[in-house]
Structure formats: structure tokens, C-alpha cells
Design a protein around this ligand. Structure first.
Ligand SMILES: Cc1cc2nc3c(=O)[nH]c(=O)nc-3n(C[C@H](O)[C@H](O)[C@H](O)COP(=O)(O)O)c2cc1C
Length: 167
């Protein structure tokens, strides 16, 4: 039996909601990056989530992932997920040369941070959801992503991980 945990950072709550649903599907604990268990080396499957700001994984998101990559996580399996207002938008800086989508950038960046020392195996299973942009306490889209449907998809993703990795 594989021991799994979901860890995330979230400013407005979108990534937290998705994280909690993935954990519900996996039937494992879900913690904010500030509450990572001290015995993290006892877990086999690490499900890590964050969100991009101004076209990049930056600030707190980058800092906790970098710090986490230095923990005793050698040999662990890692699953990545994120929420973003425009995962399918083209990164403006790459528009004219080699167009790249925000979601490609987020996964690539998360992967390069977490696996900077080549200690873990990043699994192909990954998840992302739309997450409404919040500015000055106001939700900037009508649908209020992640929607119930998207949260259902997050739970189904967790259930799939449980089934596949015997977590
Ligand atoms: C200051 C700021 C900048 C953002 N920049 C981007 C961006 O460049 N691309 C994008 O897709 N989403 C962007 N977003 C949207 C967030 O990534 C999205 O709302 C995410 O779901 C927030 O997660 P959280 O609610 O867990 O904090 C930005 C949000 C904020 C507050």
C-alpha cells in the first residue's frame, strides 16, 4: 500500500479547493505548504499543487517548491497540479518565437524546481483546472472557477491515482 499526501499553496482558495478534492478522491490528508509533516520521507506519493502569477510560477509558489525540493524526498513519486485563470493562453513572451501555453510553462517550471537534483520521479499523471482571478477581494469571472464540475474532475483525478498507485 502506497502512502500519499496532497500539498498545496493557495492565495485565493482555488488551489486549496482543488487540492482538497484530489485528496478526497485519494482518501488521504491534504495540507497547506506551511503544514508539511516532519516525516515527509515516510510518504511514497507526493501530490503537489500551486498557481501562476504574471505568467510565471513565482513568489511564494516558487519558494515553497524550491524549499520542498531540498527535503528528504529521494525516490518519491510526484504528481503535479495547478489552477490558473488562463491555462490555455499563450505566454506573451513566447508569442512570436516559439509559442508556449501557460499550462506548459507551469508544469515545466514545477518539474524543474521539484526535480532540480534529479531525486524524484515526476509522473505523467497531472491535473489542472481553471481558477477565477480574484482582485481586491472580487471574483473576476462569472462562472466562479473552479466550478462544481471542475471540482468533480479533481476528485475523479484523485480516485484514478488511488486506483492506479494503490494509495
Ligand atoms: C496577481 C495575479 C496574477 C495572476 N497572473 C496570472 C497569469 O499570468 N496567468 C494565469 O493563468 N493566471 C493568473 N492569475 C490567476 C491565478 O493563477 C488563479 O486565479 C489561481 O487559481 C489562483 O489560485 P489560488 O486561488 O489558489 O490562489 C493571477 C492571479 C493574480 C492574483
Amino acid at each position: 500500500m502506497v502512502t500519499a499526501i496532497v500539498i498545496y499553496n493557495s492565495r485565493g482558495g482555488n488551489t486549496r479547493k482543488v487540492a482538497e478534492k484530489i485528496a478526497e478522491g485519494l482518501e488521504v490528508e491534504c495540507v497547506n505548504h506551511k503544514n508539511i509533516p516532519k516525516n515527509i520521507e515516510d510518504y511514497d506519493l507526493l501530490v503537489l499543487g500551486t498557481w501562476p502569477m504574471m505568467f510565471k510560477v513565482r513568489g511564494k509558489s516558487k519558494r515553497w517548491l524550491t524549499k520542498f525540493s531540498k527535503k528528504k524526498i529521494d525516490g518519491k513519486k510526484v504528481v503535479l497540479f495547478f489552477t490558473s485563470a488562463g491555462p490555455d493562453e499563450v505566454l506573451p513572451s513566447t508569442k512570436d518565437t516559439n509559442p508556449k501555453l501557460i499550462k506548459e510553462m507551469v508544469f515545466e517550471t514545477m518539474e524543474s524546481i521539484i526535480n532540480a537534483e534529479n531525486k524524484v520521479t515526476i509522473l505523467d499523471e497531472r491535473f489542472y483546472s481553471l481558477g477565477a482571478l480574484r482582485m481586491f477581494g472580487k471574483i473576476m469571472d462569472k462562472e466562479g472557477h473552479p466550478t462544481e464540475e471542475e471540482l468533480g474532475q479533481a476528485k475523479a483525478f484523485g480516485e484514478m491515482l488511488k486506483e492506479k498507485f494503490n494509495a
